[in-house]
Design a protein around this ligand. Sequence first.
Ligand code: MG
Length: 265
Amino acid sequence: MRRLQTMTTMTRTVLLMSAVVVPAMTQMATAQVDPRWKIHDPDRPLPAVVQPPTASTQESSGRGPSDAVILFDGKDLAHWAHNDGSAAKWKVENGYFEVLPKSGLINTREAFGDCQLHVEFREPVPPKGESQGRGNSGVFLMGLYEIQVLDSYENKTYADGHAGAVYGQYPPLVNAARPPGQWQTYDIVWHGPRFAKDEKLLQPARVTVFHNGVLVQDNVELTGPTAHKARPPYKAHPAKLPLSLQDHGDPVRFRNIWIRELKTE
Ligand code: MG
């Protein structure tokens, strides 16, 4: 009898689980393969042609793909502004720009949602300071969610504060940092959080990050905005917000920044 009861409970649990899991899986399958088209359907619209990016070298900056918004092309900070809307005062020279310590963070004038983002940065030489005080900046997706920029080359600090960390949440899978003075890359795939009309969280944000071509964040789900010594909960916000770069007081350099908006539901 007791055994039967256990079985019944188990069966009920399994049934309950399938009620939750199966529709989710069906949705995923629908999202992957569009039921409007037959396999190899000749009428299915063809992918848009995109001129791929040119690669950067340590000496020279590459260029973004043809369908990207070029946020910095080596010349000026026209796409960027400080919090009060004034023109970005960070220093532009020789094809890069550099954090002007204590001038404040900079935001893109345009807002972005889901995206593919490419950023190149270079840590100061000789390295100054230690731990979080060495070459600290940050790429803030939607101005709220930080992918840490830090000189993580032979620099001891807490794991979830390394370069490539989702700050305070996920350490990078590996430390792929180059020595200071060398150009480094972030390639980021971002899916912002989704909120219902009543401002409840429908879906957390997700991010994938490559640091110097090495996978360091594999589609992780963020717990909410990133913060120092805190993990604040999500608070409903628009589907698109400006991207920010952090002024943490260190003269970190940036170049070749481009973004491709992703059209996802
Ligand atoms: Mg930072």
